[in-house]
Design a protein around this ligand. Sequence first.
Ligand code: SAM
Length: 258
Amino acid sequence: MTDSLVQLESEILSRPWFYHFQLPSGRVTECYLPAGVEQIHTTRERMLLETLTAHLGSDWQALRCLDLACHEGYFSFSVARQGCAEVVGIDARPEHIESANLLRRAFNLSNVRFQVGDIQRLDAADLGQFDVTLLFGILYHLENPIGVLRLCHALTKRVCLIETQIAPHLAGPTDWGSHLFTQQILGCFAIVDETDNLARDDKEANITPISLFPSLPALLWLLTKVGFKRAQVIEPPPDAYEQFRSGKRVIVAAYNTL
Ligand SMILES: C[S@@+](CC[C@H](N)C(=O)[O-])C[C@H]1O[C@@H](n2cnc3c(N)ncnc32)[C@H](O)[C@@H]1O
């Protein structure tokens, strides 16, 4: 290892991170999540790589991938290491993008770049299309989730993977203007107030207090309604992190090809 890499690694290792990152020396960053919860990342990475490999084959070299709300770049690095032509990670918090860039230097990966941005304000035309779009751990931190699903549809050439908490489901008939008329509720959204998370500077939170997230039937319906050709829940492995086994959290693949 060069002196500058040794120095870079000691800077990275001097504080805890949201993920365990294995650095070129083999040393691993400390993760600030409570013990056991960090397994969420390994389950997600495994499901991500298995799903993409099954769908796209092993020819990663031709792929352009976008990681929306990339945080410190964990999933951007996962796909970049597979050899993608280009990976772009975007996050609203400049400190995460700074951290991701620090790691990018340590990993010496030239096929990944990071930029600051609010994904609710992105213009698809500025970014072009990506074979793979990742929307991990963010749909339930947004006040405009439908707008972001529309953005994902516009940005995705082949497949978008959405990893999210899901709301309890509500469906059935509802009165519509009069008891004489009814409409069918297909699914629902839940509201979470992130005011306290913002006050304590929770770096994983929404950037505004209002978070709105759909039930699973609502999400699946919305994905086809915004234009994806089909959407499918990815089966978690038997030893998956508990949230996936209980179905409170899911990965859904939304395809833009048949
Ligand atoms: C729970 S973390 C998930 C990070 C990563 N995608 C993952 O799944 O591990 C949520 C991330 O979304 C970012 N974020 C929140 N609101 C955002 C927005 N409107 N646009 C872009 N990033 C946002 C946060 O800064 C944080 O990095």
